[in-house]
Design a protein around this ligand. Sequence first.
Ligand SMILES: Cc1cc2nc3c(=O)[nH]c(=O)nc-3n(C[C@H](O)[C@H](O)[C@H](O)COP(=O)(O)OP(=O)(O)OC[C@H]3O[C@@H](n4cnc5c(N)ncnc54)[C@H](O)[C@@H]3O)c2cc1C
Length: 644
Amino acid sequence: MAGNKIIVWFRRDLRIEDNPALSAAARDGRVLPVFIWCPKEEGQFYPGRVSRWWLKHSLLHLSQSLKSLGSQLVLIKADSTLAALLACIESVGATRVVFNHLYDPVSLVRDHHIKEQLVEVGISVQSYNADLLYEPWEVYNEKGLAFTMFDAYWNKCMHMQMEPVSHAPVWRLEQLPTSGTVENCSIEDLGLEDETERSSNALLGRGWSPGWGHADKALTEFIEHHLVTYAENRLKVGGNSTSLLSPYLHFGEVSVRKVFQSTRLKQILWAKEGNSIGEESASLFLRAIGLREYSRYLCFNFPFTHEKSLLSNLKYFPWIPDQTSFKAWRQGRTGYPLVDAGMRELWATGWIHNRIRVIVSSFAVKFLLLPWKWGMKYFWDTLLDADLESDILGWQYISGSLPDGHELERMDYPEVQGYNFDPEGEYVRQWLPELTRMPTEWIHHPWDAPASVLKASGVELGLNYPKPIIDVDAARARLTEAIFKMWELEAAARAFNSNYTDEVVGDNSAGDENSNIPKVVLKDMAPSFTISSNDQRVPTSQNSKGGLVCKKRPKEIAVSESRPVHEKLQDKPGSSRRGEEVCSTAESSAAKRQTISRDSFSVPQSCSSSSSLTSKEQEIRHFNSKQKFQEEVDIKHGTREDGI
Ligand SMILES: Cc1cc2nc3c(=O)[nH]c(=O)nc-3n(C[C@H](O)[C@H](O)[C@H](O)COP(=O)(O)OP(=O)(O)OC[C@H]3O[C@@H](n4cnc5c(N)ncnc54)[C@H](O)[C@@H]3O)c2cc1C
């Protein structure tokens, strides 16, 4: 065994503890740990400035740790990962390569190809699960299909057995000496940070400490001191109300199994002590971890979701790809204070609270009708924790692309959200200095403030703070019109297809609740991985050429959707889901499950002629009367938020 020469290929598993690939290599022979930076292969998902800053410092940290174990991390900048790996293999005479799985659409294709090529030249390849509690090919519904609703997925997961943290800690590594064929470059040579980026990046170091050792400390601090109040605090924007573990989890600096197990231990303890708040907190935190699992699950089972919505209806949505409004959104100059504060915080710090992510992303999609993929890409470019799978899940969730996400017609009004989540306006004042003197009463809707208040606050709308980029009622009308247009286009496409093609859509089970989701994975067709992590195969639903295939043709049109548009309009008077505005997915998804295929096409509330109030007035009245009741519900359930 000691004679084995093994390459450990590090990617987003930058830790020593509970690292199955590293443990296996350390156990079985001498190792060469390598990190290969190949910008060309990242394509459109080349990481943004702050994400690269994090990676650089995390690599430095890992490199130090490996040194103290007797080894050295080889850093390689390459045009082709495969070529770089082959050079490493040749340089040390290795016979085996080990690495941990990734599930984003870019890595799935690349890893599959690399695995095939290495095996072809006689190299043994093993890949492991270091990123998830459950591999995406282990969790299916009773029909053998992939889940498309989070609650059902997570419920199933919580009843499955999990692989324990069983990898012996690595105490010592025997390094393989390299010959000249490998160019081990310095961290600076990798080019993760441009000269021009240094001064901006320097600020990041004040708030964050990348590296697996720091991740471990952050986890312990959170579990010991803050987890217990997570249920109460997690919706507070501004301040450290959540764990702030997302960048560490993205780069694999902390083991998700360790996060889960530490939380479960606390949960069990608090249950014994009768600490129901603590128990609830632990359960909500585990649910958050479950969302991360689900993001990988969706990407693996529906590998088109970085480009297409999971629900096929959005295919016909008439987005307005307007660069000017996109710029105003990016720069935090929409005239809606909460949105602008969020966007400016994102730009300044590379991180925003989940609630703010939901608000700014919904605004981009529902108020500005910007394509959700634009927003997704912008988040990818600017977030410190930029994570393709979670980013996809977030944007699909808010844009009406998921069966259990926000409905397309649902519009949340930023001023209402403002008073919900920033009641004193402190967050807005922190990020919009021009509104610092605005009284709390007007801070979330300065356009309604009397001229005397504006004057006394030093606010000149249109001069030192923008007027709203679009009026609330105009935005609502425009969204409604866009939804009508989408139906029309969809109906036309359907008519065209039935006239001119022989298209048969009978391969999805009739009456299936989410029939406009392509059923891409059947259990029997999925790769037959076991819980054991020493498999030889790449998790994939790809064809042999590395292309991604849909195993079944999507059934585009649900039965109820084939009725004329005007009939659908009459379906659900006043059926707005605004009543669920602050409900969690958990609370609302049971009801949604019953009606989901029709809901995607249901009538926005403002279409209803039954009321003479503007939608904004309705919303504010609704908000006022509901607030007290909602507060009680929130306190009871701790769920003053959407599922995501
Ligand atoms: C439009 C949009 C885009 C998003 N983009 C990203 C992204 O690029 N990277 C990212 O890590 N998260 C993303 N999220 C999810 C979420 O906002 C962050 O994970 C969370 O705010 C991170 O803060 P925390 O670590 O303190 O979270 P906590 O509340 O402490 O949760 C613990 C961990 O659970 C996971 N988690 C929590 N909520 C979610 C969620 N909704 N989806 C997936 N995982 C979740 C994260 O790994 C997080 O670190 C996005 C959400 C939305 C709505």
